[in-house]
Ligand binder design. Structure first.
Ligand SMILES: [Cu+2]
Length: 110
């Protein structure tokens, strides 16, 4: 009898965990990112058609990423309207579904 109860308990725990992981995946896909610190960067390349920007960025603390030059996706193509290669910017980024996404992008006045 005890074995049956244990097995039932495991089955229930298993299905509950599955439901939870589906929920959290769904949530994270739509989650509003926690306000993160802006990071300084220099624009290297803008690709509006692909909604991508190449940034030479400083340390990104919320992503635990050291300074480097890399390509980001942008959340909204309109973010790219105000910047061009060579501009200094401040931006925030987050990792969404395995890709690094620029969420905000502001030109820095010289
Ligand atoms: Cu990087």
């Amino acid at each position: 009898m005890k074995t049956i109860v244990l097995t039932l308990g495991l089955l229930l725990a298993g299905s509950h965990a599955l439901a939870q992981s589906q929920t959290s995946e769904h949530d994270s896909h739509h989650a509003t990112p926690v306000a993160s610190e802006t990071t300084e960067a220099e624009v290297r390349k803008v690709d509006k058609a692909a909604k991508k920007i190449t940034l030479k960025h400083g340390e990104i603390k919320n992503l635990d990423m050291p300074p480097m030059t890399m390509v980001f996706q942008v959340k909204d193509a309109s973010l790219l309207d105000r910047v061009q290669a060579g501009d200094k910017v401040r931006f925030t980024a987050d990792k969404v579904g395995g890709a690094y996404i620029v969420l905000t992008l502001e030109p820095v006045k010289n």
